[in-house]
Design a protein around this ligand. Structure first.
Ligand SMILES: [Zn+2]
Length: 214
């Protein structure tokens, strides 16, 4: 059976070679109230926000959070707007397997680190394979719960490509579990969303899960 698999994309950026002159991205301004809030948090944890090592921390933290949450500034569905109808008779599963992603849980604002496998069975439209990763990152770069992230990615592909089936499996560890509270490092949570043939047809579901390595 013909199956198209693509290597997971770890990043979409052009990595500059040594010698390339690349201007650093302009630093976004941080409102005083945001920096003050972070200073308050540092003080609340028991440290002194005026000591040397922490003086610039509020600005760095504020800008880092803008980046962690850059998904709010985009509609991830947009990555699925440009599709190809000429698929050369290809009617098998398209799978992007083990895409690393980073998100933050909305309950603790702690990191969620994991991988996602995204598959669909095209009807008449396919999309550039890197777009699936962009959709994932668009929803991951927000405050999330893993269940909703999984569903949002699947729904976006379902609505954007109108395929015969969509399967999304997300495996992630949660900083709020591994670093605090019950402290269970190494425990990963798995969530999945199956739509169309992958939900309704047992054989198709087994096939896609096997391709994903489950
Ligand atoms: Zn949490």
């Amino acid at each position: 059976m013909a199956v198209r698999k693509a290597e997971a994309l770890t990043h979409d950026h052009h990595e500059p070679d040594d010698g390339d002159i690349v201007a650093p991205p302009p630093k976004i301004p941080v409102p005083d109230e945001v920096a003050d809030a972070i200073r308050t948090l540092i003080r609340w944890t028991g440290d002194d926000p005026t000591r040397e090592g922490l003086v610039d921390t509020p600005l760095r933290v504020a800008r880092a959070w803008k980046e962690y949450c850059s998904g709010y500034g985009e509609d991830p569905q947009i990555h699925l707007a440009r599709t190809f109808e000429e698929v050369g008779g290809y009617d098998e599963i398209v799978l992007l397997k083990g895409i690393p992603f980073q998100s933050h849980c909305e309950h603790h604002m702690a990191p969620i680190l994991g991988t996602a496998s995204i598959a669909y069975l095209p009807k008449d439209k396919v999309v550039g394979i890197s777009k699936l990763a962009r959709v994932l990152h668009g929803y991951a770069r927000r405050l999330q719960v893993q269940e909703r992230l999984t569903a949002e990615v699947a729904d976006a592909i379902w609505n954007g490509l109108h395929p015969l089936g969509v399967a999304v499996v997300v495996e992630a560890s949660h900083g709020c579990m591994t670093a605090r509270g019950v402290r269970t490092p190494g425990v990963a949570m798995t969530t999945s969303r199956m739509m169309g043939v992958f939900r309704d047809d047992e054989r198709s579901r087994r096939e896609v899960l096997a391709l994903m390595g489950y």
